[in-house]
Structure formats: C-alpha cells, structure tokens
Write a protein that binds this ligand. Structure first.
Ligand SMILES: Cc1cc2nc3c(=O)[nH]c(=O)nc-3n(C[C@H](O)[C@H](O)[C@H](O)COP(=O)(O)O)c2cc1C
Length: 196
C-alpha cells in the first residue's frame, strides 16, 4: 500500500488513556485548534463554538462534577472509574469541547465531528495523544450540566457535540492496536445491467 506522512499519521493514531501532566506548547495547541476550523463545513456555515480548558484545578473540578453526575444516573461506564483518583478525562492537561449551533445549520453535528477529527489528527502529527470523551458531552447536555455549559462559555442555542482530551501520552499508554475490518470497504463496479 502506498503511504506518506499524512497516511502514516492517520493509521498510527490511537486513543490515548494515560497522560503526562505537561501542558502543551501554546503555539502547537494553536496550530492544532486552527486545523479544527479548517475542516469541511456544510454551506461554509462554521456552526461551532470550540472551547478549550487547560487549568488543572478547573479540569479536576469538571472531572468531579462529571463523576458525580455519572453516579447519579448510574452511567454504564462508571465501572471503569472506581479508583479514588479516577479521571474520566484520564488526567489529560487539555479538554476541548465543540458545541454546534443547531439553528445555524442542520449539519452542525457532522461539522463539529469533522473539526474534532482534524484536531485529533493534527495533534497526533505533533505526537500529542487524544481521546474522545462521550460521557462529558452527555453530562454537558444534561440539565445538571448547565452550570458547566455556562462556565465553558458555550453560547445559547449551541449543543455540546464532541468532547476530547489532548496531551502527551504517558509511558505504558498503548493498548492493543485497534485493527480495522477491511471487508467493510467494497468497490462497486456498476456493471451494465446491474444498475437501477
Ligand atoms: C463518538 C465517540 C465516543 C467515544 N467515547 C469515548 C469515551 O467516552 N471514552 C473513551 O475512553 N474512548 C472513547 N472513544 C474512543 C473509542 O473507544 C476509540 O476510538 C475506539 O475504541 C477505536 O480505537 P482507536 O481510537 O485507538 O483507534 C470514543 C470514540 C468516538 C468516535
């Protein structure tokens, strides 16, 4: 198979669930976030608000609120976070939340996820790991997440769509390589007589 640095970046990215505390260099983070807003966006509406939290005390408080909410609703993933120092954010130094303006574009969720994927891949191109955190979005969308929606300055009318953490991977972060099923790809040849 042919390859190049972009293909290598895409194929080698893995979700990272163990982070060093080191903050990300400001100019590197700026480049990564900029890649987010250069994702394709339906009708070029850019219906997103991207919020970045790096303060470690604030991240701890967010994790505490998230865990508390997960306990209250008996979240199915709670079993993974039972240790006293557990972090749903895996102790990562950066949390990115992307909220979509549903009134501005019916494709806002797709646009937000495309921005997120650009951010994850750009981060990996700088050897910065990432992981999407679904429960953070569920929490922010819930009634109990209202105070954090305000604290994160998510504008009115915007719905949280993606949350992801970023940071340098700590030693021993690698799990089993998540191989993909090539058989999901099918080439359609459109032989004469087989098309509608
Ligand atoms: C929509 C979405 C939600 C996810 N939520 C979580 C999550 O809450 N916690 C987590 O550790 N990983 C989460 N992941 C990461 C997936 O588990 C991961 O992408 C998948 O196992 C494939 O592994 P890879 O990313 O290493 O290739 C999520 C991924 C997606 C696309």
């Amino acid at each position: 198979m042919e390859t190049n640095p972009v293909v290598e970046c895409i194929l080698s990215r893995r979700s990272v669930r163990k982070y060093k505390k080191n903050p990300l260099p400001a100019d590197t983070l700026a480049a990564v976030l900029r890649c987010g807003i250069y994702a394709p966006t339906a009708w070029h509406r850019e219906p997103w608000a991207i919020r970045v939290l790096q303060d470690s005390a604030a991240l701890d408080r967010f994790n505490g609120s998230l865990l508390q909410w997960m306990r209250e609703i008996r979240h199915p993933a709670l079993g993974h976070f039972q240790e006293p120092n557990a972090s749903v954010l895996y102790h990562a130094p950066v949390l990115v939340v992307i909220a979509g303006d549903m009134g501005r574009s019916p494709m806002a969720p797709a646009d937000c996820f495309l921005a997120a994927e650009n951010i994850l891949l750009a981060a990996w191109s700088f050897s910065i790991g990432s992981c999407i955190i679904a429960s953070a979005v569920e929490f922010l969308k819930s009634a109990g997440g209202g105070a954090w929606r305000s604290a994160l300055q998510i504008p009115a009318g915007h719905e949280p769509v993606v949350a992801a953490v970023l940071g340098y991977a700590a030693d021993g972060w690698e799990g089993a390589m998540a191989l993909r099923d090539d058989s999901r790809i099918g080439h359609v040849h459109g032989a004469a007589g087989e098309l509608p």
